[in-house]
Design a protein around this ligand. Sequence first.
Ligand code: HEC
Ligand code: HEC
Length: 376
Amino acid sequence: MFAALICLVFTAGDGTPSPAFSQEEWAIVQSLSPAVLLPDTTNAFEQNGDAASLGQAIFFDERFSSNKEVSCATCHEPKKYFTDGLAVAVGTGQTTRNSPTVLNAAHQRWFFWDGRADTLWGQAIQTMEHPAEMDFPREQIISTIAQDEQLTAGWNVSFGKLDLDDIDGNSAKLAKALASYITKLDATEAPFDAFVAGDKDAISDSAQRGLQFFIGDGGCLRCHFGPWFSDGAFHSVGIAPLEGGPLKDAGRAGAIDKLKTAQFTAGGEHSDDPAGIRATISKHIAKRREDWGSFRTPSLRNVEKTAPFMHAGQLATLEDVVEHYSTLENFVSADHHRETILEPLNMNDQQKLDLIAFLESLTAPLPDKKLLTAPE
Ligand code: HEC
Ligand code: HEC
């Protein structure tokens, strides 16, 4: 018996035995993989290859901005896992939020940090017209396409002949083409997924201990659950504004009215499934007191590659994020309404390293390189 014990300690390599998962824990682990996208029925062009190519061309094209220097890829750079590495994004002006990745973005229920769009395609025109992002009105978007032979050809095969009078209808189609491209940006085959599928050596012992902490004592699973590591809902984890002081960004609370008056929505006239489930959920959305200062739980897939973190890039590294959850030292609460489920975790150094090793095991390779530049 003694020998067996020594042997166990020895094989773990770094002095700590690798954890054995109980049956209950393993059932939870299996609920975290594989990640499979569901179709978005509000976008009839989602699986249209021609529309995706058109969307891909526009994604990398700086002509769709007022200063001709900004494309979607300026803030969603492929080699940075479709983020920009900045705390808050800079386009034609200075924005106030961090650029999230668009990898795997199609899985979301709500889009943007505050969820003010209820479909993936509902996002694009808002961004292009935003004075600080691309500052490019829809009339100019459509005329830019009409003046370019290749883009017009791409348009015609995707949607039929470009009708210059229908500016709003065309804007919705262009947004759907961009969404169709983004839907192809899948990065879900991480070492963690190989581990869940049965390759016990796919992730290190340290990462396995981190996983056990994540689903157990860490309590992370209460918000970061399922194959996308997100409940798709909105919470405050007490992150102070970049410049310090009280919270200023209303987050989810500011999004509900915008969602109700937005033009390109799941239930709107440009949707391909206006009576579907997405539209129904949006119709019944109501403001809640705890929405103020809350943000969408981000997916943790590929999180190692998308620093800095949080809605305004307030935390520079994963170490900082783990430190935050461990101490809650700089916790800033909105309206005295602190999420009661967050308690300081008081982690030791090994636990911190393990948790980070686990988060790093969620990094998948980038999608096929044909998707990482404008189409040839
Ligand atoms: C100036 C930088 C910038 C540019 C240019 C830009 N984005 Fe973004 N993008 C952001 C920021 C910042 C957010 C988050 C905004 C928020 O939450 O309020 C975002 C959010 C998104 C989201 C939502 C992701 C999610 O998980 O909710 C998608 C999709 C997206 N952008 C796609 C695009 C596309 C397509 C374009 C080009 C038409 C584009 N972006 C151009 C900075 C940019
Ligand atoms: C109460 C729900 C909740 C719990 C519990 C929770 N998180 Fe989060 N997490 C969030 C929300 C919401 C954000 C974004 C907050 C913001 O931007 O202000 C976030 C952000 C993050 C980020 C940054 C991701 C990014 O792309 O910026 C990481 C990493 C993270 N959480 C890991 C964890 C870990 C590890 C645990 C357990 C120790 C945990 N979270 C527990 C809700 C939660």
